[in-house]
Design a protein around this ligand. Structure first.
Ligand SMILES: Cc1cc2nc3c(=O)[nH]c(=O)nc-3n(C[C@H](O)[C@H](O)[C@H](O)COP(=O)(O)O)c2cc1C
Length: 198
């Protein structure tokens, strides 16, 4: 099996994450930067943006999520929500992925023929950068899971880290040391997903 395929297979949703991480923050940051930079984007627009949170900043994010969820969650269910959020907070760091929205508008003006495609392509470009980062972190020995607490945290996140107005939050990739295996995963039968013609 190629090393690439092995890395793809090893990328799973790891929810039990800790802080027993051997890589330095600088090494992890460089890995994330390199991965996002080398991920393809439509028209090479490079619309994905990433903010890497470690330490107190990472913990602050999950405090923001907890605060945002409190008024939206029935009181009796909130302890479970708090426990789930604590799981994310116990991890080592979080990558916030944003989509730079001016890029889409500019491309739509520049290439009217493809105008309808650019919003989708920007989302796809974010997805590719995110999935590649997830795989790269896993290949470096870490575990990660992907969360979507946007848009309820957008305002607080923008305020806390001075995020430009044209950066739209799309996802949160939580990472850390793997403290437990991923769950079993089922696959659809190949004949439901693939067709080959000669
Ligand atoms: C676009 C996308 C959105 C996802 N959103 C979430 C999410 O909000 N919360 C979560 O726990 N997992 C989320 N996941 C993880 C999927 O549930 C997971 O990848 C899938 O069940 C397959 O499991 P695996 O990651 O272990 O291979 C998301 C995955 C993708 C690709």
């Amino acid at each position: 099996m190629s090393q690439f395929l092995e890395s793809l297979k090893n990328r799973r949703s790891f929810y039990a994450l800790g802080r027993d991480v051997k890589l330095s923050e600088e090494e992890i940051t460089e890995l994330i930067k390199d991965t996002v930079k080398n991920s393809p984007t439509a028209f090479n627009a490079q619309s994905p943006r990433a903010v890497v949170l470690f330490g107190a900043a990472h913990e602050k994010l999950w405090n923001i999520v907890e605060e945002a969820l409190k008024p939206l969650t029935p009181a009796e269910a909130f302890p479970n929500t708090q426990a789930k959020i604590a799981g994310f907070r116990n991890a080592y760091g979080t990558v916030l992925f944003f989509k730079e929205t001016d890029t889409v508008k500019n491309l739509q003006e520049q290439f009217a023929l493809y105008a309808d495609n650019f919003p989708d392509w920007a989302e796809q470009s974010n997805g590719i950068a995110t999935a590649n980062t997830w795989t790269a972190l896993t290949a470096a020995g870490l575990g990660a899971n992907l969360q979507h607490y946007n848009p309820i945290i957008d305002e607080a996140v923008a305020k806390e880290w001075d995020i430009p107005a044209n950066w739209q939050l799309r996802s949160q990739l939580v990472f850390g040391s793997k403290e437990a295996d991923a769950n079993e995963k089922e696959f659809l039968a190949d004949d439901e997903r693939f067709r080959v013609f000669h």
